[in-house]
Design a protein around this ligand. Structure first.
Ligand SMILES: CCCCCCCCCCCC(=O)SCCNC(=O)CCNC(=O)[C@H](O)C(C)(C)COP(=O)(O)OP(=O)(O)OC[C@H]1O[C@@H](n2cnc3c(N)ncnc32)[C@H](O)[C@@H]1OP(=O)(O)O
Length: 204
């Protein structure tokens, strides 16, 4: 059983290398299931193999679950959480690139699993992506200054096409523990959703 509080960055990297491909395979499985058009025999065979894989994994349960963990070196590990958990295939595959102390960007591809309106990203997932990047920028990459969403307001300018998306966020101003921050999502035709958030740095 892992204990992140005792782990070096190398050990974390090794765990990441073990589980990230599993998460990606499950995402690909979901995508395949959303595109399949096969007969009973094929579907039954696939189901049996998936059930067998689930049984294999369940035979090796973790003694605890971790949404977000922290190593002694101060590295935060998004482990099981829905925003960007390494082990959570329901999390969009977000990699936040900090472009400065008060800003960040994400380039991500969202496919059929994230569909709401036909051919477009579900508005709730747009909200999740924006909440995640705003939260990470507001937290300034440090566990000392982790900030929670107090208020977030979204404006859906037009539907967001499935496919390659670009996301940005930037802190506008700070008042004590209150961080005022904006962001947006763009698809290949430009900005589709804008966000304004008030994030509050948690009391330690
Ligand atoms: C490396 C790691 C990376 C970590 C990266 C992490 C990324 C996380 C991204 C996901 C983010 C989420 O989804 S977080 C999950 C969704 N959010 C939540 O569950 C938060 C639930 N709410 C709470 O826990 C609490 O209400 C807080 C923490 C938001 C605030 O409580 P508090 O700390 O007691 O705040 P309090 O002293 O009352 O108020 C401080 C000031 O903020 C104002 N204020 C308080 N709440 C609000 C509010 N909801 N909206 C507006 N303003 C508010 C007050 O008026 C006051 O202003 P003044 O009088 O000083 O002017």
């Amino acid at each position: 059983m892992w204990d992140f509080a005792e782990m070096s960055s190398d050990e974390v990297a090794s765990l990441r290398a073990r589980y990230e491909p599993l998460t990606q395979s499950i995402r690909e499985l979901i995508d395949a299931a959303l595109h399949v058009d096969a007969d009973n025999q094929v579907v039954d065979q696939a189901k049996a193999q998936i059930d067998a894989a689930a049984e294999l994994l369940r035979a090796h349960p973790a003694s605890t679950r971790q949404g977000m963990a922290l190593t002694p070196e101060g590295e935060s590990i998004p482990w099981d959480n829905l925003g960007n958990g390494i082990r959570n295939p329901l999390a969009p595959p977000l990699v936040v690139e900090h472009t400065g102390p008060t800003s960040a960007r994400i380039d991500v591809e969202l496919g059929a699993a994230y569909e709401g309106p036909p051919g477009h990203v579900h508005g709730g997932y747009c909200a999740l992506v924006l909440d995640q990047i705003l939260g990470e920028v507001a937290s300034r990459g440090s566990i000392e200054t982790v900030a929670a969403t107090g208020t977030i307001s979204l404006r859906y300018l037009r539907p967001t096409k499935l496919g390659r998306l670009h996301v940005e966020a930037e802190i506008q101003r700070t008042e004590g523990r209150k961080i005022f921050i904006t962001g947006h999502i763009a698809d290949e035709d430009g900005t589709t959703v804008t966000a304004e958030g008030l994030f509050i740095v948690l009391r330690q």
